[in-house]
Write a protein that binds this ligand. Structure first.
Ligand code: UT7
Length: 334
């Protein structure tokens, strides 16, 4: 049977490091508060002068992944690009990346599933591969949050958690009788929670889509009911992870590494305790990068592989929850 195999991964984080103390210059916050509530020590931001979008970070991560796979851009049958911070309102960043890779007419598809973008994107890639439509697929998760955050005290609950970054994955369809690739996946959405985490403007339902008054009110910045999202995360992540373990016929001890979305260290610690996951099997890098949304899991996967924590044959459990509300889990055998 055809399976989608991860051939390679890559990541790119902008060089500019923004510490908690840097943020405290602009808003009423402290390093102590941020570390205690989120685990974050620093994050990366694109240069202040602008000119760097999600497709640019995605391009750098892609170059590394393609190089490691031994592929050229022309080898790609399809690009799947997950982001909530597209370079422009439309067209999608996948098309912009396609052009930056020098490709003529390779199809590109954007995924708008926020922190769950990796799960939806990998599931989509797997389906295209298994259907025979595409055999070599590039998945990219990339975000530039920093240019869209409220740096005043009003935005402090949201602004301190987000960072910029991108991860890329080369997937290839391979005929094999062995159990490998995507073993189980379960994703969900619940639009009734849309306003628990959103950017309200610009929006097609507003006319004009954005004006000076809306900007004064900060409606173009993300707003979040953090406590509610936190509670939803700590209940739903274990629930959906149990579902995929059962689907795959595996127990938590059969999992070599758990890579959760990096939204808050406390969320992931609560998830770990609830699932009784050995501490050594939990991957965290939120301390250094903050929450890079669609970039977070592919960046973490790339780091975990580079650190030698996982390799061919490893079972990895991924889980994520974020705006939408969207959430889900996936077990992948590398
Ligand atoms: O990836 C997408 C999904 N998003 C998430 O998973 C985020 C989930 N939520 C969270 O991670 C947490 O809710 C936050 C980190 C956003 C906030 O932590 P919290 O422990 O839930 O704090 P809180 O919102 O309950 O606020 C506690 C206090 C408030 O002050 P009062 O009302 O008690 O006086 C806030 O105004 O902390 C205040 N506060 C801050 N203080 C210093 C909020 N943000 C800050 C800040 N610095 N940055």
């Amino acid at each position: 049977m055809k399976q989608s195999i991860i051939r390679s991964t890559g990541r790119y984080l902008p060089e500019r490091v923004v510490t908690n103390n840097d943020l405290a210059q602009w808003m009423d916050t402290t390093d102590e508060w941020i570390q205690q509530r989120t685990g974050i020590q620093e994050r990366r931001w694109v240069p202040e002068e602008g000119g760097v979008g999600a497709s640019d970070l995605g391009l750098e991560a892609t170059k590394i992944a393609l190089d490691r796979a031994g592929w050229t851009p022309e080898d790609l049958d399809m690009i799947i690009f997950a982001t909530l911070s597209p370079d422009i309102f439309f067209p999608g960043s996948g098309c912009l990346l396609q052009h930056k890779l020098g490709l003529k007419d390779t199809p590109a598809l954007d995924i708008r599933q926020q922190c769950t973008g990796f799960l939806y994107g990998m599931m989509t890639a797997d389906a295209y591969i298994k259907s025979g439509y595409a055999n070599k697929v590039l998945f990219v998760g990339s975000e530039v949050h920093s240019t869209g955050l409220d740096r005043s005290t009003k935005g402090r609950d949201v602004t301190v958690i987000f960072g910029d970054g991108a991860g890329a994955i080369c997937l290839e369809g391979t005929e094999t009788s062995e159990k490998s690739g995507l073993l189980a996946c379960s994703v969900h959405s619940q639009g009734k929670y849309a306003d628990a985490l959103m950017v309200e403007a610009p929006a097609s339902r507003l006319n004009p889509r954005l004006d000076a008054r809306m900007m004064e009110e900060g409606r173009h910045y993300p707003s979040m009911d953090g406590r509610n999202v936190f509670k939803l995360a700590i209940t739903r992540l274990p629930q959906v992870s149990k579902v995929v373990l059962e689907q795959a016929g595996l127990g938590i001890d059969d999992i070599d590494l758990v890579i959760p979305h990096q939204a808050n260290l406390r969320i992931n610690q609560a998830f770990q305790q609830s699932m009784k996951i050995d501490e050594k099997k939990m991957f965290h890098n939120i301390q250094r990068y903050g929450n890079t949304t669609a970039g977070s899991i592919p960046i973490a996967l790339d780091e975990a592989i580079e650190m030698g924590l996982i390799g061919k044959g490893s079972n990895v459990l991924f889980a994520a929850l974020g705006a939408g509300l969207t959430w889900g889990a996936m077990i992948y055998q590398l």
